[in-house]
Design a binder for this molecule. Structure first.
Ligand SMILES: *[C@@H]1O[C@H](CO)[C@@H](O)[C@H](O)[C@H]1NC(C)=O
Length: 123
C-alpha cells in the first residue's frame, strides 16, 4: 500500500475562526485545490490543538504526527462520510464512521486518542 503524505493546511491559513462549536468547518477560504477538509482537535469540545486537514475524495491519509492517537474531536464537512482508522494507512483496526457535524466527545467512545488515519467519500 502506498504511503501518502498528510496534507495539512494550517487553520490560520484558512482564516478559521476557531470558536463556533456548532459548525467546526468554515468554507470561506477554499482557494486551494483540496476537495475538502476534516477538522480535528486533540481535546474534547473542539479544543486543544485543532487543524483542518485537507483531503481528496477516496484517498487515505495518515494523521500528522501531532494528532496520532491524540484526537478527541473530529468533524467531517457536510456532504462527506469519513472512515477513521486506529491503524496507519486505513488498514483494518476498528473504524469510526463520521459525518457532519462529527463528534466533539470521542472521550465517550472507544475512539478517543486511538485514531491514526482517515479516508473520506462523498455521501
Ligand atoms: C468527556 O469529557 C467531558 C468534558 O471534559 C466530560 O464532561 C465527560 O465526563 C467526559 N466523558 C467521559 C466518559 O470521560
Amino acid at each position: 500500500m502506498q504511503l501518502k503524505a498528510s496534507l495539512v493546511i494550517p487553520a490560520t491559513a484558512l482564516g478559521f475562526a476557531g470558536t463556533a462549536a456548532a459548525s467546526p468547518i468554515t468554507f470561506e477560504a477554499r482557494e486551494t485545490a483540496m476537495d475538502d477538509y476534516l477538522y480535528v482537535c486533540t481535546d474534547v469540545d473542539w479544543s486543544g490543538i485543532c487543524q483542518n486537514l485537507g483531503f481528496f475524495a477516496g484517498e487515505c491519509y495518515n494523521f500528522p504526527a501531532e494528532f496520532q492517537e491524540d484526537i478527541s474531536s473530529i468533524g467531517p464537512p457536510q456532504g462527506w462520510e469519513c472512515v477513521i482508522y486506529d491503524n496507519y494507512n486505513c488498514d483494518g483496526g476498528y473504524d469510526l464512521y463520521a459525518v457532519y457535524p462529527g463528534n466533539a466527545y470521542l472521550n465517550e467512545t472507544d475512539y478517543n486518542d486511538v485514531l491514526s488515519s482517515f479516508v473520506c467519500t462523498r455521501t
